[in-house]
Design a protein around this ligand. Sequence first.
Ligand code: TRP
Length: 332
Amino acid sequence: MSEVRGRVFNGMRPTGKLHLGNYLGSVINMVELQDDYECYFGIVDWHALTTGYEDTSELQENIFDVAIDWLSAGIDPEKSVILVQSNVKEHVELHLLLSMITPLPWVERVPTYKEQLKQLEGRNIATYGFLGYPVLMAADILVYKADTVPVGEDQLPHLEIAREIARRFNFLYEREVFPEPQAKLTQFPLLPGIDGRKMSKSYGNEIRMSDSPADIRAKVAQMVTDPARIRKTDPGHPDVCVPYQFYKAFSAATHESVAEECRSAGIGCVACKKRLADVITERMAPVHERRQELLARPDYVYDILHEGAQRASQVAAQTLADARAAMNLRDF
Ligand code: TRP
């Protein structure tokens, strides 16, 4: 960290093992940010509770899975602070303080709010906690005075609220306690799932970061290809082919030549998929290797989370001191 550009916070809800879409769309980006920014990466278990409070039986397993996925991808506890949100209690206090100054319409008008209420109809999320989701997210970011937040497009409305809350706080209490966090959009073409829809756990069409070479091969074999290509001698159309999207994402060096072989019917789908499975397996090999090492030492992983929470708390406590002072709260 020679020339640190600023401070990053990124949060991920622990809802299960990460897939290759998460890996390419987010985790790799986090790994790269580590060298230029002071990074705080939070496994946001309270956010998971906003929609999943009824059944918490898998929460700890899910937190561990995210930690392993991050660490095996190269998120480095020497460079970055890795924390479990509920271990850093300062998030709660700031969330409460920010909730005082957040006008109700700001949270009610978030596009995802009403949508999610409808979408997750089976679960009762007409709760106080779920309404406060964006305020909690603002607290996550502002408690570290982070100025940069790497997010996908879907999170922009949330980030906008965080910015508005920061601005409102600074305005009300007449001091610049919080920087306005900026989004750093992660530009990555969405990776389709093996069935061609968006890769998502809820569709069951994902390839996980942790999938073994055999799993990868089996899933790649199921990928949807050009429906117009019935015989191997038919020329294919890579642009409508799921494996080709993966070639583009995983093999910048060969995807053009593969497309050419496909268009000229020089390679059949079965061979093409075998080759793709090898490409993905090879790319994930260092991640898998590291994963095996980590799985053999769970206590080491828990130590990282423990230490991360402590380091995070130190910074967060300083912010709370500033915020409390600005609001005229006092410790006796
Ligand atoms: N809402 C984010 C998501 O679903 C997770 C999140 C919580 C987050 N707190 C954050 C992301 C702070 C960035 C910064 O995916």
